[in-house]
Design a protein. Structure first.
Length: 295
């Protein structure tokens, strides 16, 4: 298992780490009171979120950070463009969906972008936010629906069609860091096909979807999971696999303040709609819809 902030812990490891019985841990999971995700039939626990959960549950713990004007979490090409063009004054700190949630919760980001699928509830993002931000005044705002799939070389010379084609002595593939929503999604898609991502060996691990595309473009790999807009921007091939929902996690107070309102207002403009259509793979029909509203 990977070391450091990308670590995903098993039920036994978390139970030992928290010094509780596994039975008690499963009860917390059942009640959605602890951050977790289900991949290939197994519960996994992002260590950074477990550490934050532990800190919040210490007796007398009270942390009220003043977050900087930063959007952390998963990178999105359309969001990156809109932040620059809107003049909202926000900075981007991409690092993967779960890393973004961690940074939001510990007060080092004003908002976080994420796309984390929960197969138990067949829902995006809401379950992980309910677990990571219990009782917190937060909102989850839909940014866009995005087509996710495998980026391949132009014209797909290897005929890659499914995630199963990544197995064995097949194509060289590039992975994402463990806390990235794309890596969690790939593990889920492989699990649905009866495969285990742990049995596949990538050629390298990269930090962003653009890096996935560049690895294909530079012929360091043959395939990798990323959004369609990245493939289009690099004139590469794309094998669509699923549509995902990318949301922004925002504190309720920050949602009404100038930086995020300026960004969201710009996202309703004709220029934004034209850009989204040109980039490809985006559905912005429900942009701005509140998907979760904390107490």
């Amino acid at each position: 298992m990977a070391e450091g902030p990308a670590e995903l812990m098993t039920t036994r490891e978390v139970a030992d780490y928290l010094r509780i019985k596994e039975r008690r841990l499963y009860e917390l999971v059942r009640r959605r009171e602890i951050p977790c995700t289900r991949v290939t039939g197994k519960w996994l626990f992002p260590k950074p979120l477990i550490d934050l959960w532990l800190t919040r549950n210490l007796e007398g713990a009270e942390v009220q950070p003043v977050p900087p004007p930063v959007i952390a979490g998963s990178a999105d090409p359309l969001l990156d463009w809109a932040v620059r063009e809107s003049g909202c004054g926000l900075a981007l700190m991409p690092g993967g969906s779960l890393d973004g949630v961690k940074r939001f919760v510990d007060g080092s980001a004003l908002a976080a972008g994420l796309h984390v699928y929960d197969p138990e509830r067949a829902d995006w993002n809401v379950p992980v936010i309910e677990a990571a931000c219990p009782g917190q005044p937060v909102v989850l705002v839909e940014w866009a629906r995005r087509r996710q799939g495998l980026i391949v070389a132009a014209d797909n010379p290897l005929g890659i069609a499914t995630v199963e084609d990544l197995e064995g002595r097949g194509p060289r593939w590039v992975a994402r860091q463990a806390e990235a929503g794309a890596q969690l999604l790939l593990a889920h898609l492989l699990g649905e096909a009866g495969r285990d991502i742990a049995s596949l060996t990538p050629t390298e691990t990269v930090r962003s979807e653009l890096d996935v595309g560049l690895a294909i473009l530079e012929e360091r790999a043959d395939a990798g999971l990323a959004v369609e807009s990245v493939a289009r921007s690099l004139k590469l091939g794309f094998v669509p696999l699923t549509e995902e929902r990318y949301d922004l996690l925002i504190g309720r107070r920050a949602y009404f303040e100038a930086p995020l309102q300026r960004l969201l207002t710009f996202a309703r403009s004709e220029a934004f709609a034209k850009k989204a259509a040109g980039m490809g793979g985006y559905d912005i029909a429900d942009l701005g819809r509140i998907r979760f509203n904390g107490p």
